[in-house]
Each structure stands twice: as C-alpha cells, then as structure tokens.
Design a protein around this ligand. Structure first.
Ligand code: FE2
Ligand code: FE2
Length: 264
C-alpha cells in the first residue's frame, strides 16, 4: 500500500462552463495521476453565485468528494436547507454560530485513512465575520486526534491574510490553499513544517470575462457605480487546480503542483 495520498483541489468552479470543463478533464486526470480524493470550491457553480442542489449533485457525481465554499455559498436562500443537511458541502467555519451548514468534516479516503477538510474565510476587504485563525484553533485538537491529513481552503481577498494563515498553520496541517480571487498565483510551495501552500488556486471557468462574469457588465458597474445584472461568461474556459501529495502517516506534504489547462 502506498503511503502517499494524492489530493486534487479544483479552484472556484464558475457556472456551467466550469462544470463542463471539469467533467471533460477530471476522469482522465484521476486515472493518470492516481488521485485519491477530489475537493472543489463550489461557491460559484449556480449562475456564478451560490449552490443549487441540482448543480452540486452534478459536481459531486463527476466524481468530486467535497465542495468547499466562501462568501457566495449561501447566496441562494432556497439552498439553505439542503446545504444544512448535506454532508459533502462546506461553508466557511468562522460564520457566527447558528448559520446553516458546517465548516469542516472528516471523510474516508482509502485503506482506513481519513481526511479532515476545513473551510475558512478571511476578513480583509470582506464581511466582518469571526476570526478565522481562532476558529481554526478551536477545532484543531479535536480534528488532529482523528487524522493527520488536514486540508484547508482559506477563502480570502487579501494575499497577506492568506500567507499569514499559511505560516500560522504550517506544521499543523497538510495543506492551506487560497481561493476567492479567481486568479492563480505562482507561489505554490511546501513550507518548512510540511504544509503545502498556494495563495490562490485560481478559477475553473471562462476567462474571456472579469473573474468569470461577462466583462461588458462588469465594466459598466465600474463606469457607473450602479448595479448591473451579472451573467456568467462563456468563452476561453480553463481548469485551475493543485495536485498535492501527502505522506499519510505524518500528514506532511511532499509536493504541490499547479494545474492550469489550457495555459494562457
Ligand atoms: Fe469564487
Ligand atoms: Fe468568493
């Protein structure tokens, strides 16, 4: 039995274009790379904002094991109940107590191995929610007692907040991957304590756009400072992810590889 666990994390999947390219590329990738577990950020799957049941069902059947989220996860009010009941969809842990859904979970990988997936959200240029660092501290010992393989999606706007959290969690978790900006950063690395890190995994969706949405509308919003209805763009669709190899015994990462298909 291999002592290495291979995790694929897919960056924010935007609308049907994001779903379709994932459906096209994922099965071959899983087979070629011997991937054990797939996590995707799904906050933008339904018309770019939120997660409807039909769309999460499609993603989870690809197969994706877990959907993480962010500021858009609970955008669709009609989804609150099913997100609350779902075992495979996470929203950020540091929302106030009482919010629908859960912020982390522990899931079987293979051969009796388990992975903990934790979803956090930053506070810089975002809504003033609870402290993500302390939310992590509050559950860490409990999670670590169950498994050494711990994966974090840190959904945040500010590069510095994500990097600070990477250092904060280094040596405690297997991976900290950033999401939310929809632009892949070139700083993937293994930190000294064995934590795989990247500031942003990037977007799986249409790049002839402003972070996934039709560019004409986005430009108007900036020109006039008033709302215009966002629509998911369609062209130049790319798949963005990271492939991480983790030592199953220690929980430390051995490698992190960026994926952007097709490249710019
Ligand atoms: Fe997003
Ligand atoms: Fe976001």
């Amino acid at each position: 039995m291999s002592k290495t666990v291979k995790i694929l994390f897919i960056g924010d999947v935007v609308g049907q274009p994001g779903y379709k390219i994932t459906k096209l590329l994922l099965p071959g990738m899983i087979e070629k790379e011997n991937i054990d577990f797939v996590i995707a950020n799904g906050e933008n799957i339904s018309e770019g904002m939120g997660i409807l049941k039909r769309d999460s069902d499609e993603l989870l059947s690809l197969p994706i094991n877990i959907l993480t989220g962010g500021n858009h996860t609970l955008d669709k009010i009609q989804s609150h109940k099913f997100i609350n009941e779902s075992q495979n969809i996470l929203r950020p842990l540091n929302y106030p107590k009482g919010v629908y859904g859960s912020g982390y979970g522990i899931y079987p990988v293979r051969d009796g191995l388990k992975i903990a997936v934790i979803n956090l959200i930053g506070r810089v240029y975002m809504k003033p929610l609870d402290c993500p660092f302390r939310a992590f501290d509050r559950i860490y010992e409990k999670v670590r007692a169950e498994t050494s393989i711990i994966f974090i999606d840190f959904h945040a706007e500010a590069t510095s907040e994500k990097i600070a959290f990477g250092w904060y969690a280094d040596g405690k978790v297997s991976a900290v991957v950033g999401t939310h900006t929809h632009v892949q950063t070139a700083d993937s690395r293994i930190l000294p304590g064995g934590t795989a890190y990247i500031t942003d995994v990037g977007m799986t969706g249409p790049y002839d756009s402003v972070i996934g949405m039709k560019k004409e509308t986005s430009i108007k919003r900036y020109l006039y400072g008033t709302p215009f209805k966002h629509e998911v763009a369609e062209e130049d669709v790319k798949f963005a992810g990271v492939l991480i190899e983790i030592d199953a015994e220690t929980g430390k990462s051995k490698s992190i590889k960026r994926i952007l298909k097709p490249e710019f």
